[in-house]
Ligand binder design. Sequence first.
Ligand code: KG4
Ligand code: ZN
Length: 344
Amino acid sequence: MYHPDYTIKKEPYILGIESSCDETAAAVIRGRTLLSSEIISSASEQAKFGGVVPEIASRAHTEVVSEVVLRALKSADITADRLDAVAVTYGAGLLGALLVGLSFAKGLTYSLNIPLIGVSHIRGHLAAAYLVDSELKPPFMTLLASGGHTAILLTESYSSFRFLGGTCDDAVGEAFDKVARVLGLEYPGGANVERLAREGAQTVRLPSALVKNSAHMQFSYSGIKTAVINAVHNAEQRGEKLNPADIACSFQHAAIDPLVKKTVECAKAASVGVVTAGGGVIANGYLRDTLVSACRKANIRCVLPEKCFCTDNAAMIAAEGLIRYLAEDFSDLSLNASARVALV
Ligand code: KG4
Ligand code: ZN
């Protein structure tokens, strides 16, 4: 929604707020410069239940949202009246959780008479790369790998994307979490599978995540997860026990290798010289290393957000907020939370 009384600045101060799952986060940017990023997580409380309990997440957000925003303003060394806009995640995610951040942002923008920018969490993950390199400009190839999404996208402009391929079932992060559970590792599982994989070898035969003979580029993760379960059961029936570290290592290869290979192939085919990535799974050290080295071999520049800006954070929401602010693409105060949003 455009308001004639908003003065558009080139280097605006933007507050980002994120509360779609179990992290309450706030961050301040000025232009593409990150000034602060604060997170208060309820993950340890959730770990007791083996996953995110929506009610607990919503209440935890309610308790800490003002605190996390105050911390972000303080670390950025500004007061709220310096803000030029507030960007907030409106979806996808847990409705009750989203409503806490969204309602807080609405109140703040209303009282400060500044624009509200409702941001898609997925777009936020994609925008995280802009904070790494202030000169980064589309077009480039982007690998999105999170708990909810897995896709290779051609980022054509700041606001248009071409979907080149993605998962036909589970997301890669979801598969990491499920395999973690099979291996008896604590929630959140992805980082624990990665840790265990470092002590193992690729000795368990698992199907690749790339769907063969498909007309379009497609990945499947439910098959690998089932293959892991079957491998564990079959070994048990033979009276053997597979080394959990070997399972973790083999799974990591099967899940990640095809994503890296295809992302670089797509960049080459599209003749773009840059690859970016976003989403929680991009925090995986093995994925980062293999993507960086595959890009180097192909003479492609790889722009990866730091690990803490791959998993859920508010800096990425502010980064997408900046794109929308400069396009004067604001939201109305009637904006509602949405459990699902379109991929791009
Ligand atoms: O982006 P994110 O924080 O939340 C969503 O938007 O989904 O991604 C969370 C996902 C979880 O599935 C988690 O297991 C996975 O990212 N993840 C990882 C790692 N850190 C987080 N997967 C593999 N290795 C990691 N180090
Ligand atoms: Zn996320």
